[in-house]
Design a protein around this ligand. Structure first.
Ligand SMILES: C[S@@+](CC[C@H](N)C(=O)[O-])C[C@H]1O[C@@H](n2cnc3c(N)ncnc32)[C@H](O)[C@@H]1O
Length: 243
């Protein structure tokens, strides 16, 4: 599969898990199916007004499940493009009693087609594949077009929460952030957990990011890797959300 970042990505595949995901049509949408709800997720899909959050690259779904359980007042869309992993996540999600979520087997490059302008309260982007080799950097998902799309779909003052294990990817992100005007860096750290423990910042200045560890985050921490993190705030206006 060609992973090069393409904002005009078109779905084309032949994977048995695509059909198997149909077992979970109560809360799973595949490829462009989610795009039918663009601009109307709360009224047409969730059928209730609530803060709406997106996670790009849900992985094994641990953060998605924890967040949905702790925040029953919120609506949540999680997406990942891996087929088998999506099926495994869907099986786990099917056991959750309160379904305040939708799972998309879809690609992050298409968020501007999946959500309407000013529709999301927040976007979670945790441990995106770093593609460490220089010749693969074009495959990284954190790119200026992604930031432009995130700006478009976030409400004024909406937030993009980012964590990464990879020093080079964190530097790449910082460089891109210096070359755009859509987000301000409200919070950043090169070592989330150590700085929190040593009091460099407190749970008051980074409360949300320090309330959870994703599955990949736990693995990286167990390997002694420092967790880099950002809270980016849309420059459209100020927000009532905290870090
Ligand atoms: C390293 S894993 C991290 C998973 C999870 N966020 C965590 O922290 O445990 C990265 C995930 O992003 C997904 N991913 C990578 N590129 C993607 C894309 N373009 N669209 C959607 N998901 C993507 C991968 O399939 C993988 O599950």
């Amino acid at each position: 599969m060609d992973h090069t970042y393409r904002p005009d990505f078109v779905y084309k595949h032949d994977n048995p898990y695509h059909d198997r995901l149909g077992e979970f049509q109560e809360f799973v949408l595949r490829d462009t199916e989610g795009e039918a709800f663009s601009g109307h997720w709360n009224e047409k899909y969730f059928k209730r007004q609530a803060p709406l959050y997106l996670e790009i690259g849900t992985g094994y779904g641990d953060f998605m499940m924890e967040f949905c359980e702790k925040n029953s007042h919120a609506n949540f869309v999680g997406l990942d493009y891996r087929f088998k992993r999506s099926y495994q996540v869907a099986k786990k999600l099917s056991k959750m009693e309160f379904k305040n979520f939708c799972y998309l087997r879809a690609r992050g490059e298409r968020i501007a087609l999946t959500f309407g302008e000013n529709e999301l309260d927040g976007i979670f982007f945790f441990f995106s594949d770093p593609w460490p080799k220089k010749k693969h950097h074009k495959k990284r998902l954190f790119q200026l077009p992604l930031l432009q799309n995130a700006y478009q779909v976030l409400k004024p003052g909406g937030k993009l929460f980012v964590k990464t294990d990879h020093d080079g990817y964190a530097e790449w992100m910082e460089n891109l952030l210096q070359n755009q005007g859509q987000f301000t860096v409200e919070f950043k750290t090169k070592n989330l957990w150590e700085e929190l423990a040593s009091g460099v910042f407190t749970t008051d200045s980074a409360p949300f990011l320090s309330t959870f560890q994703t599955k990949f985050e736990r693995i990286f921490i167990s390997q002694g890797t420092k967790i880099k993190a950002f809270v980016l705030t849309s420059t459209k206006a100020s927000s009532s959300l905290t870090n």
